[in-house]
Design a binder for this molecule. Structure first.
Ligand SMILES: O=C(O)[C@H]1O[C@H](OP(=O)(O)OP(=O)(O)OC[C@H]2O[C@@H](n3ccc(=O)[nH]c3=O)[C@H](O)[C@@H]2O)[C@H](O)[C@@H](O)[C@@H]1O
Length: 435
């Protein structure tokens, strides 16, 4: 067989003499050997750098210095059909809402609530690995069963956003996609700029050109109050002293939102969420990983302020936040622009959505100990200079007045629901049962 192969001219149709053939074979063998050697060399160099790289599949999932984004596929008649179906309104005067961050903690709860009452909903999520994407996929699976299609894609992808607006005339955008987390901003600052600033601008650009323009409700953060020491925090208080890059990007988002409202007539409502917690929550948040670590016997670190002062948060239960989000959508006025041009003044609002009763982090741990019936291995450390603030407390009178917002869940009742969910989720995950 090898003989047969050797007799075949290298260029079909051209005959070569034996001598030529011999020399050529010798040369080609030696160059083939060189080629193989060089290829092996380059291959080992590539392997070496690949193994060193933080995004290689061999690196531990705990390495969150970079987020991995999947390659998305979207478009096509089947995809458009799913988008249209999911966006179909099933109630009188229902909205058609694009929920960015649809597979996220708040996004999945808001999407489910909108769908339940008959609104049309499309989710959008990039499923990045800031925390376990498996949890996001499980949230998506639940939503899909409820009739909500979550498109896999990024808010920085203008083409995808324009396509979504071509297929569906969204009346509202609930913008919840963001790089969350206060302390992670020191590890991966660029991801905050990419999602919370570039992504927001990209989304607003598409919204401003959409016809009709949607009304936008989006997630700002209680962290914008930064070094503000006057409590409770009111929307009128200073927000020009952020303590973390995360807070700075959210504050920048509020300024950017104002610009798009002012120039293009987009109706925009910013919601300053106060440490939202609950079932299907975010594993990067303290209440979540404290629960995990208490149950597995790992020590937990509790931060304290100067002079052993306590650190406290106005923890707000997810169902209360969802009510605030829906009320914001329902009270949002229409945007006034068309074809990228403003036709008149448009609504611009900012609301605190908190619980109005701050709880010390050490008290949160005591509640978890009681609910889990396990003593925590506490390690108390001074609050590191990592962007955290010592205290948050929302004044919610504006949201109460304008949105009818009234939180009803205290921390203990909310954590009880979270713990119940957490234990069920863990056991289902171990058994790999369906959701
Ligand atoms: O409400 C907000 O604006 C913000 O709420 C949370 O941020 P944070 O309040 O810092 O929530 P956690 O990270 O869960 O921390 C809660 C409390 O636990 C404390 N903590 C955290 C981690 C730890 O190991 N030990 C500890 O005592 C923190 O100092 C903080 O006081 C979210 O992570 C942000 O995305 C959100 O924007």
């Amino acid at each position: 067989m090898s003989q047969h192969m050797d007799n075949i001219p290298s260029t079909p149709g051209k005959f070569k003499s034996d001598k030529y053939h011999y020399i050529h074979r010798f040369r080609s063998h030696s160059s083939l050997a060189k080629l193989i050697l060089w290829s092996l060399f380059f291959f080992s160099v590539i392997c070496f750098f690949f193994l060193l790289s933080p995004t290689s599949p061999t690196s531990p999932p705990a390495d969150r210095s970079r987020r991995v984004l999947a390659n998305y596929t979207w478009g096509g008649p089947e995809w458009e059909k799913k988008v249209r179906q999911s966006a179909r309104v099933r109630s009188d005067h229902g909205h058609t809402v694009l929920v960015t961050g649809g597979a996220g903690f708040v996004g999945s709860h808001v999407s489910a609530a909108l769908k339940r009452r008959g609104d049309g909903v499309i989710g959008l999520d990039n499923f990045n690995n800031y925390y376990d994407p498996e949890l996001k996929r499980h949230r998506r699976d639940l939503l899909e069963r409820a009739g909500v299609f979550v498109v896999e894609g990024d808010i920085n992808d203008s083409e995808l956003l324009r396509k979504l607006f071509d297929v569906v005339a969204f009346t509202h955008v609930m913008h919840l996609a963001a790089q969350a987390g206060v302390r992670y901003a020191m590890q991966n600052p660029k991801s905050y700029v990419n999602s919370n600033i570039a992504g927001l601008v990209n989304l607003l650009e598409v919204c401003k050109s959409a016809d009709p323009q949607p009304a936008i409700v989006w997630a700002s953060s209680s962290s914008v109050y930064g070094l503000n020491s006057k409590v409770p925090f009111s929307e009128k208080d200073r927000t020009d002293r952020p303590a973390s890059l995360y807070a700075a990007t959210k504050k920048a988002g509020e300024a950017i939102a104002h610009t798009y409202n002012h120039i293009y007539g987009l109706s925009i409502t910013g919601l300053r969420f106060f440490t939202v917690y609950g079932p299907w929550g975010r594993p990067d948040m303290a209440y979540f990983f404290f629960t995990r670590d208490i149950l597995t016997g790992k020590p937990i670190t509790i931060f304290e302020g100067p002079d052993h002062g306590s650190v406290a948060r106005d923890f707000t239960y997810i169902d209360d936040i969802v009510k605030g989000c829906l009320a914001s959508l329902d009270t949002a006025k229409k945007s006034t622009g068309t074809g990228g041009k403003k036709k008149g003044a448009a609504q611009f609002r900012i609301f605190n959505l908190g619980n109005t009763s701050p709880v010390d982090v050490s008290k949160l741990v005591s509640i978890l100990e009681k609910l889990l019936k396990v003593k925590a291995k506490r390690r108390v450390l001074p609050m590191p200079r990592n962007g955290d603030v010592q205290y948050t407390h929302a004044n919610i009178s504006l949201a109460q007045r304008e949105l009818g917002y009234k939180p009803t869940t205290d921390l203990e009742s909310g954590l009880k629901k979270f713990v119940r969910w957490y234990i069920t989720y863990q056991s289902k995950s171990k058994k790999k049962s369906s959701w």
